[in-house]
Write a protein that binds this ligand. Structure first.
Ligand code: VGL
Ligand code: ZN
Length: 209
């Protein structure tokens, strides 16, 4: 069987209810993700990790509100509430997320001027995080994605995983979306069009064991 890994995307307090950029039912995925992590030999995480005053924060753009957009050098950028600030409680993983088996955590979004949705590349689609190299060095060919948010960081990670030639599976019950103006439905469509497979958590657990 090809080597496979589970990537838990941005499952952090700020993306859970009560957090600064809460994804509806974001916390609901935690038990599912814990079960998945038990089933996989290789478990990896990403952690959204912004310096204070990050350029993706609406607070840094006079007259702009969260969810409005601006043009950056690298294209359109949605502006967010301040979230996942380095070292803050919001940037931590939920206390009930079992991270014991996690081998590596890839932090992203730490450069002040550029956002980073994808686990592979920053939003310029050029600056790598090193994840692709890590996976290749570990001979991993198949990547299972779960976590938050389906329509931003999970989606861009899935698209880049496909572009990098990895067999890509998105675990449906183990991800939740933000849904800005229909972005959730669009995200599922884009991921499928790019050749990512959508699987249930049960199927993912069975194939991993
Ligand atoms: C995310 C918006 C801003 C995500 C991160 O994890 O999907 N979304 N930063
Ligand atoms: Zn962010």
């Amino acid at each position: 069987m090809p080597q496979q890994a589970l990537l838990i995307v941005d499952l952090q307090n700020d993306f859970c209810p009560g957090g600064a950029l809460a994804v509806p039912e974001g916390d609901h995925v935690v038990p599912r993700v814990n079960r998945l992590a038990e089933a996989f030999d290789c478990v990896l995480q990403t952690q959204d990790w912004h310096p204070p005053g990050h350029h993706s924060f609406a607070s840094q753009h006079a007259g702009k509100e969260p969810m409005e957009t601006v043009q950056m050098d690298y294209g359109e950028q949605v502006l967010w509430p301040d979230h996942c600030v380095q070292g803050s409680e919001g940037a931590r993983f939920p206390p009930d997320l079992d991270t014991r088996s996690v081998e590596a955590i890839f932090r992203k979004g730490f450069r002040p001027e550029i956002d980073s949705y994808s686990a592979f590349y920053e939003n310029d689609h050029q600056t790598p995080t090193g994840l692709a190299g890590y996976l290749r060095a570990r001979s991993i060919e198949r990547l299972y994605l779960c976590g938050l948010a389906t329509d931003f960081c999970v989606k861009w990670s899935a698209l880049d995983a496909r572009a990098e030639g990895f067999e890509t599976f998105v675990v449906k019950g183990a991800t939740r979306g933000i849904d800005v103006e229909g972005s959730l439905e669009e995200a599922w469509r884009e991921m499928k069009n790019a050749g990512a497979h959508v699987v249930s958590a049960e199927t993912a657990e069975e194939t991993a064991t």
